[in-house]
Design a protein around this ligand. Sequence first.
Ligand code: C2E
Ligand code: MG
Ligand code: MG
Ligand code: MG
Length: 292
Amino acid sequence: QAKRLGRCKVHCYSAEMAAQMAKEQGLAHQLKQAINNQEFFLVYQPIFHLQSGMITGAEALIRWRHPERGVLTPADFIPQAEARGLIVDIGNQVIDMACAQVRSWIDQGLPLQHTSINISVKQIENGDLVEVIQAALERHHVPAESLEIEVTETMLLQHGKSMVAQLWQLRQLGIAIAIDDFGTGYSSFARLKNLPVDRVKIDRSFISELERDERNSSIVQAIVSLAHNLDMVVTAEGIESHYQYQYMKSQGCEAGQGYLVSPPVPAVKFEYLVKQRWQQREHDLELEPTEL
Ligand code: C2E
Ligand code: MG
Ligand code: MG
Ligand code: MG
């Protein structure tokens, strides 16, 4: 049997598949180098309060400054990093970089409520996420309350006891927990109510289809009202138009994120955007004190 499989290996793999495998091995090797050479960096996307328009939070999103290919986005390397078990090391660097950035923002007096980081299921399976985050918070003197972690709905659906326990531990430290890409995983709210979730992020697919398909409005309305009943706040992902902004605001959704306000940007640009919006608001208040 083994011999047959061995022979099949030679005959059945096409040149194309071999090339693909070599490419993936190359990528794994490059990812290891990238971890050692610290080629990863974070960009930050504003999360804004829909009522006031103020930027109240940031989502940290990873980028890879590849020595030959330029800047790569998560879709180019996160799946391979997860498959090769490299996402834990990468994720640890993300946690450290984000905490360093939050410290700097606190020192600058930037008025932010939370900065969120995306967590891979592998980081939770690894078992030491709570310790890693706690150590990074201490190292950078960052209060747990300024950090939020995002886990996807699909991750929560496949959750085991250990995952839920770790989320509760993080929540006990003071870290907020958000469910990312909500609406795509068919989770039951009965299950959600037993999880330590503070925020629901409605997946971009529902927001982008709002104008085109009536049924998305019903889905969005249902998510907002159910989340509120469970004492969770809601963020709409991928707001690209004024219509989407106004619609989500009218539904009582608290926060938004999307290209309409800003794509993910380097930290310095992010700081500029936050300050610009505050200055605009102060200006407006001076003009119309009775209106607000
Ligand atoms: P996500 O957490 O759902 O992040 C939102 C993604 O939507 C980002 O893509 C962002 O650039 C994009 N986006 C935001 N607003 C808009 C919009 O108005 N229109 C459109 N078309 N897109 C918008 P990005 O940065 O490429 O990240 C993709 C995914 O990669 C993230 O989805 C997240 O799941 C994952 N990811 C990012 N950073 C990390 C990380 O540090 N660790 C892990 N494990 N995953 C990460
Ligand atoms: Mg996210
Ligand atoms: Mg998301
Ligand atoms: Mg998403």
